[in-house]
Design a protein around this ligand. Structure first.
Ligand code: IFM
Length: 468
């Protein structure tokens, strides 16, 4: 394997991996944990491939010591995990459940004993069901409940935790959860998604306020962002790409960095966004210490009226499924370029898009440090007769994206860390266990872990970077 050019990564660069509570912990009825929206959703027939649920997942709740040892063997300097809200407040409010706090406290101690910096995400989608029963993220009250919960976990762990992430990918919570309906709670209502977007952002801001009074720490938010390109220079395609970009990127970046919602989206959506007061926007736009970016793939979109033209231009447009609510609203469709490799999620691979995205954030929004809090790919992995998982395509994916990061640093972007998604194969939401993102194979029958080739390659990269 060729050596990567790692000269751009400083000595204190944070090399890590990431996971999330519902995707790995299992033990959903243990330790006083309450019910989350993902427990409910995954048990509803037809929502998750093969009827999979997170009930057992990787059994990390019981096997976390073994998983911490894997991290130590990998040589990471940091680990991003998430805290399950229903373990801390089973019903989403009130007194904390000590057993839940103790679990994360043990996890943090175990990381520190291995010289690994813990980076907890406070919310990675497991909303207590009781709060969903009162409207979930469409209810303003949920933002205040979230801030209380964030205050509780910060107070409990701030003596040992220096880096925090408030929310993971609020776009997915709001738009996949309340508009497209493929994530919990499974609603299909554009207005609900708009309202959830604002309340998630408000919750982030209120949590920041509370956390600042408790801890002197580095606090950020993680967004799933991408470059959105029109399939052609036809005005209809350009207009559609602008709206899709607004829905994915600007609707979060503008309030966080400019204390306003983009005017085109305000006039398109109206509703809760239109009513957002300047007080709300001041809360949302408070200073953060770093921006977390999750990057997987670039997006290329066409106006539906141009689908035939896109096909004639050699692009692939899948029209076998009904357009989801977002596509229907913008009259858009996603396209694929022929000859561009795709992952097992059907996501196009283009590492250069990561450089482009980071330079855009730097030029248009902020020069704050950026952490790539997730990047990785699902592959068609298997254990070969020698007991190995030779995931060469994942190795290639990771190498090319690390190179893309180095290129972004060359162009002046302050990149502070990189977290591979994911340490372990795990519960991939609506896809259940049918998609594997881990650099460690998990045999779900036996819970045996097998480090894949990508684990060994990432270990080499980290060691080489640290040795410079
Ligand atoms: O598994 C998810 C993760 O929970 C959030 N970001 C994207 C990953 C891959 O789909």
């Amino acid at each position: 394997m060729a050596d990567l050019e790692l000269g751009n990564f400083g000595r204190d660069f944070l090399w890590g991996t990431a996971t999330a509570s519902y995707q790995i912990e299992g033990a959903v009825t243990e330790g006083g944990r309450g019910v989350s929206i993902w427990d409910t959703f995954s048990k509803s027939p037809g929502k998750v491939t093969n009827g999979d649920t997170g009930e057992m997942a990787c059994d990390h709740y019981h096997r976390y010591v073994q998983d911490l040892d894997l991290l130590a063997e990998l040589g990471v300097s940091t680990y991003r995990f998430s805290i399950a809200w229903p373990r801390i407040q089973p019903d989403g409010s009130g007194q904390p459940n000590q057993e839940g706090i103790d679990f994360y406290s043990r996890l943090v101690d175990g990381l520190l004993e291995r010289n690994i910096t813990p980076v907890p995400t406070i919310y990675h989608w497991d909303l207590p069901q009781s709060l969903q029963d009162r409207g979930g993220w469409t209810a303003r009250d949920t933002s205040y409940r979230f801030a209380d919960y964030a205050g509780i976990v910060t107070e409990a762990l701030c003596d040992r935790v220096s880096h925090w992430i408030t929310l993971n990918e609020p776009w997915c919570s709001a738009w996949l959860g309340y508009a497209v309906g493929v994530h919990a709670p499974g609603e299909r209502d554009l207005n609900a998604a708009v309202s959830a977007t604002h309340h998630l952002l408000l919750g982030h801001g209120l949590a920041l306020q509370k956390m600042r009074t408790v801890a002197d720490a580095q606090i950020g938010i993680t967004l799933n962002l991408s470059v959105v390109r029109p399939a052609s220079q036809d005005q209809a395609d350009v207009d559609v790409a602008r709206m899709v970009d607004g829905n994915l990127n600007r609707i979060f970046l503008d309030p966080i960095f400019k204390k306003s919602y983009p005017s085109d989206l305000v006039s398109h959506y109206g509703g809760t966004i239109e009513e957002a007061t300047s007080d709300d926007l001041d809360i949302i736009g408070q200073e953060i210490d770093f921006l977390g970016v999750n990057f997987y793939f670039p997006s290329i979109v066409t106006s539906r009226q141009n689908i035939d033209k896109a096909r004639a231009n050699g692009l692939y447009v899948d029209t076998s499924r009904q357009p989801n609510l977002i596509d229907a609203d913008f009259d858009s469709a996603g396209v694929h370029r022929m000859g561009v490799k795709r992952t097992a999620m059907d996501w196009e691979i283009e590492a250069g898009a990561l450089t482009e995205l980071l330079v855009r954030i730097h030029d248009e929004y902020s020069e704050l440090p950026i952490m790539i809090t997730e990047n990785g790919c699902a592959s068609h992995d298997y254990v070969n007769p020698s007991g190995e998982v030779l995931d060469d395509d994942r190795v290639e994916y990771l190498e090319s994206h690390i190179t893309a990061l180095s290129n972004a640093i060359d162009k002046g972007v302050d990149v502070a860390g990189y977290f591979v998604w994911s340490l372990l194969d795990n519960f991939e939401w609506a896809y259940g266990y049918s998609r594997r993102f881990g650099i460690v194979w998990v045999d779900y029958e036996t819970q045996r872990r097998i480090p894949k080739k990508s684990f060994h390659r990432y270990k080499e990269i980290i060691a080489a970077s640290k040795a410079r």
